[in-house]
Design a protein around this ligand. Structure first.
Ligand code: HEM
Length: 300
């Protein structure tokens, strides 16, 4: 007779529909939010911390482009729009000061600015998904094919810059630093998934039924318009933190982290938002409302 170890009385696992997470962006995001426990604490941290992230954007952009131009395989993509071709370039490699790179830096600045906007809006996640799609070489007009190894490395690099810069902020309390770093990380990991989903083959048997921009619409379509080339048949603040001396290198990389709030009054005002209580059409707006700020690890 089999032993009863009393494990059968445990909580029933939540059901996640495999097909739904492969075919519906909404369902995929809901699952990722639930798994990562992305909720009101994160939304609050992002709303109140947006100004600190915005202060970092110019430095993050410069560091990312310095990095991407450091290797021929990634630098070449700014000429050829692909990392999959190793042919010798006819022209010189671009450098940071060239107008082309300055223009591309502007794209990344816009992207990072959008990351500071409202994650309770559907459009926020659609945009992240669109950025993922854009790099996977499937768009019809001027495809951009950046292989995942570079995307993943770049995401890790961006995450590392944010962790160092936010954790070494001179005025934010440790509690707020932690909340902000956690929230930013969750968004970056979801963005990483929205890059990877266009590359991995998981769920490919549902390729015909995948949605992309409009929840519930077909993969590769924006409304009725097909956009994929390939057949889709297939308050400043707080108490001084005790770790302000951490990571001194950030101060050279991101000098603006040392500025005071008064320098950024305009930005601050501009970024002031009504926070998580703002009414939203987004199905995620009310998600995980009851989240606590207590840490899981040190709670005991
Ligand atoms: C991993 C994080 C990355 C993010 C968040 C990101 C974001 C973006 C965004 C927002 C655009 C602008 C698209 C538009 O609005 O037209 C863009 C374009 C582009 N990205 Fe990325 N990117 C990433 C990684 C990379 C990497 C690793 C490379 C190269 C190895 C790369 C190469 C390009 C190129 C060549 C363009 C096209 C620029 C143009 O059309 O002039 N990206 N990227």
């Amino acid at each position: 007779m089999p032993c009863d170890y009393g494990v059968r009385d445990g909580p029933k696992p939540k059901h996640i529909d495999r097909k739904a997470i492969h075919t519906s962006l909404e369902e995929r995001i809901k699952y990722l939010h639930d798994f990562l426990e992305f909720g009101s604490a994160d939304i609050e941290a992002l709303a109140s911390g947006a100004k600190y992230i915005k202060q970092l954007i110019p430095a993050v952009v410069n560091l990312v482009y310095k990095k991407l131009l450091q290797y021929d395989i990634t630098s070449r993509a700014f000429h050829t729009r692909t990392t999959a071709c190793e042919d010798e370039l006819e022209e010189d490699f671009l450098h940071e000061e060239t107008p082309q790179i300055q223009r591309r830096k502007m794209f990344l600045r816009w992207y990072l600015t959008r990351l500071c906007q409202d994650p309770t809006s559907i459009d926020f996640w659609r945009y992240l998904n669109k950025v993922g799609l854009m790099h996977c070489g499937q768009e019809r007009m001027a495809p951009l094919n950046i292989e995942y190894v570079h995307i993943n490395a770049c995401m890790g690099y961006i995450q590392d810059i944010f962790i160092e810069a936010l954790m070494s902020h001179p005025h934010l309390s440790l509690r707020r630093k932690i909340a902000l770093v956690r929230a930013v990380n969750k968004i970056l990991w979801i963005q990483n998934d929205l890059f990877a989903k266009w590359r991995v083959r998981d769920g490919e048997e549902y390729a015909d039924e995948m949605s992309i921009y409009s929840f519930g619409s077909r993969e590769g379509y924006l409304g009725d318009k097909k956009i994929l080339g390939s057949s889709s048949g297939s308050s400043d603040d707080d108490d001084r933190s005790s770790i302000t001396s951490v990571a001194p290198s950030t101060q050279s990389a991101a000098p603006s982290t040392n500025t005071t709030d008064t320098t950024h009054t305009a930005q601050t005002t501009q970024s002031a938002r009504s926070g998580p209580t703002k009414s939203s059409a987004c199905p995620f707006a009310e998600f995980s409302k009851a989240q606590s700020m207590e840490t899981k690890i040190w709670a005991e």
